[in-house]
Design a protein around this ligand. Structure first.
Ligand code: NAD
Ligand code: USQ
Length: 391
């Protein structure tokens, strides 16, 4: 099957492209490399030294004999998108190609507009392109668990059945996202659902939790295939950040009380979930929603686990509860369903001491590349424009 991975130069996309290629799929990567550009603008860098995309792909071919087609350009450029699709002729499109940081989207008006324009218009372009040229193509779109927010009831997978005034219906689950980034994902979901309804497109929305880890079977094969690992206050995510903070002796940055509970998964499960979604496509007209995570943790719990694992490898780890730069509940109910992917055969890699140990050792290996000035959060939800962000 031919699968186009949009955003295939990024953290989840690169690992997924290699995994699918390894599993015998014919893979193309489409990416405008804007993430590398944003890193430069913000004066941040991944912990790991990632090779240029052409070299990564060449190395993959040298090692495995498998080719990956490359299309460098922006999905917001509709003629480029159409030309690439017509050349590659995908049977499935996996769409990772968005601005994915909540803090980035909250820097100021400009970054909020950039995030929503890039994400919402990009996805709309993909929907139109599929309708026009490949109406049978399955769109697998990365959404996020953060679309749901933290309601005081169980979170279902995309839909909820409600009885109201004696009548009953199954409706999209209510959305209460916590940043302009997370809102862009909600807007995408609505647009995709609508396109499935009116044009009969087939789509799967993968509401993914926070991803951790860096190694997969494929990205671990060679230094030149290494994946990005963000640790800075804008693009770094909770567990990855905590391991890198532990490695350099920085107190773990728990925002507020740390009772915020989120859904998490290992990057080795990300690539497998996408494969499972592609292998069993949605039906024409179906907008299918899978909650893509394996476990739920509070931020405090994660910090405690990293402290314990750090101590075990001889690191002295402190935890610092700091003023929360975000506006979010720090103590709340959170219980989300995730059976759809398990039913398709997902065998989760649960967070374990050995994973934490390997991530900590990975962070120790590259700790010389850490810029300590980029650890603390600079973006405030309450005060847009207040962050001193390099351009
Ligand atoms: P990333 O920033 O590492 O990768 C995104 C890639 O998309 C980058 O290579 C970037 O250059 C590309 N891109 C962005 N806009 C584009 C455009 N207009 N045209 C072409 N390419 C474009 O992000 P990631 O962590 O790999 O996340 C990938 C997707 O998964 C995102 O949609 C994100 O919302 C979702 N997701 C990520 C996580 C996580 O923890 N990393 C969790 C849940 C969901
Ligand atoms: N947090 C801390 N300390 C930190 C970093 C984060 O306490 O140093 C807290 C945040 O306040 C938040 C939680 O940890 O409550 C998660 O924050 P995060 O930065 O790890 O993740 P988030 O901003 O939600 O975004 C990430 C990805 C995004 C994806 C999302 C999945 O960047 O692309 O959509 O995880 S989810 O959270 O399920 O929506």
């Amino acid at each position: 099957m031919k699968v186009l991975v949009i955003g295939g130069d990024g953290y989840c996309g690169w690992a997924t492209a290699l995994h699918l290629s390894n599993r015998g799929y014919e893979v193309g990567i489409l990416d405008n490399l804007v993430r590398r550009h944003w890193d430069q603008q913000l004066c941040i860098d991944t912990l790991t030294p990632i090779a240029p995309i052409h070299q990564r792909i060449q190395r993959w071919k040298d090692l495995t004999g498998k080719s990956i087609d490359l299309y460098v350009g922006d999905i917001n450029d509709y003629s480029f998108l159409i030309e690439s699709l017509l050349e590659f002729e995908p049977e499935a499109v996996v769409h990772f190609g968005e601005q994915r940081s909540a803090p980035f989207s909250m820097i100021d008006r400009e970054h909020a507009v950039l995030t929503q324009t890039n994400n919402v218009v990009g996805t709309l372009n993909i929907l139109y392109a599929i309708r026009e040229h490949f109406p049978d193509c399955h769109l697998v779109k990365l959404g996020t668990m953060g679309e749901y927010g933290t309601p005081n009831i169980d979170i279902e997978e995309g839909y909820i059945t409600i009885e109201h005034n004696g009548r009953k219906d199954t409706l999209p689950y209510p959305k209460q996202p916590g940043s302009f980034y997370h809102l862009s994902k909600v807007h995408d979901s609505h647009n995709i659902h609508f396109a499935c309804k009116i044009w009969g497109l087939r789509a799967t929305d993968l509401n993914q939790g926070v991803v951790y880890g860096v190694l997969t079977d494929e990205t671990g094969m060679d230094e030149m295939l290494i994946n990005r690992l963000d640790y800075d206050g804008v693009f770094g995510t909770a567990l990855n950040r905590f391991c890198i903070q532990a490695a350099i002796g920085h107190p773990l940055t728990v925002y507020g009380k740390g009772g915020q509970t989120r859904a998490f998964l290992d990057i080795r499960d990300t690539v497998r979930c996408v494969e499972l979604a592609i292998a069993t496509p949605a039906e024409p007209g179906q907008f299918r929603v899978f909650n893509q995570f394996t476990e739920m943790f509070s931020v405090s719990n994660l910090a405690m686990m990293v402290k314990k694992a750090g101590n075990a490898v001889g690191l002295d780890v402190d935890i610092q509860n700091m003023e929360n730069p975000r506006v979010e509940l720090e103590d709340h109910y959170f219980n989300a369903k995730n059976t759809n992917l398990l039913d398709l055969g997902l065998q989760p890699h649960y967070l374990s001491d050995s994973l934490l140990d390997s991530l900590l050792n990975f962070a120790i290996k590259y700790k010389g590349r850490v810029d300590k000035n980029e650890i603390l959060p600079k973006v405030s939800w309450r005060n847009p424009g207040s962050a001193k962000i390099a351009k």
